[in-house]
Write a protein that binds this ligand. Structure first.
Ligand SMILES: [Zn+2]
Length: 207
């Protein structure tokens, strides 16, 4: 049996981030009947296509250029659209590039952003298990640091630095089951997602 050897520094997209992406994708499929696939899309980040009948699965096409962190954001955002009932039969919801509001249904996207933020921080039960890890949701300090661009960048650098230290010292095996390691993994995951989707940050915590 082959042994997996970690060579050099850990990748920016951690195992935790990829596992979280898979978990959310499975949640969409099992709970919301959304089948996800990836395709090259020009100018568009994702398309949610609703079938003619509610009992048929919806299809989510995500740009193959979307990072793992961005996919997580898109899943939460799309789940918010569904919770708001925007997925009408034969309607396609188009997710444009961040900050681009050239689509006519901008107000629906704004509503979905509001709900996605509440789902992410566990402020509503509409999202099921789609939110950030519970202890990150409970950490007022992390939420405050993630709420502004400057502190978000500093936090990310600090967390990545801490992870490098662990790998360099070869202590990750000893730390693997520790609460600190779990905190670090989840904090990095949440920071990566909020960095690509700052609209998820908890603005009430800013300032
Ligand atoms: Zn939207």
């Amino acid at each position: 049996m082959a042994t997996e050897v970690i060579v050099g520094r850990p990748r920016a997209e951690s195992h935790t981030l990829r596992a979280e992406e898979e978990r959310l994708r499975a949640h969409l499929e099992q709970r919301l009947a959304v089948r996800t696939r990836f395709a090259p899309l020009a100018d568009v980040r994702a398309l949610l296509v609703s079938p003619d009948r509610a009992d048929r699965p919806k299809s989510l096409v995500v740009s193959s250029s979307a990072s793992v962190a961005e996919r997580i954001y898109l899943y939460v955002h799309v789940a918010a659209h569904i919770a708001l009932g925007h997925h009408l039969p034969l309607v396609t919801i188009v997710e444009g590039a961040p900050g681009v509001t050239r689509f006519s249904d901008a107000s629906r996207h704004r509503e979905a952003e509001e709900l996605a933020r509440a789902i992410w921080w566990g402020q509503t039960d509409k999202g099921g298990l789609l939110g950030a890890p519970a202890f990150v949701q409970r950490s007022a300090m992390l939420r405050r640091l993630l709420a502004s661009e400057a502190t978000r960048g500093a936090l990310r650098s600090l967390l990545i630095g801490m992870r490098h230290v662990y790998y360099d010292l070869r202590v990750e095996r000893a730390l693997a089951g520790s609460r600190l390691a779990a905190w670090l993994r989840d904090a990095l995951c949440v920071t990566a997602v909020v960095s690509v989707a700052p609209q998820l940050s908890d603005r009430a915590s800013a300032g």
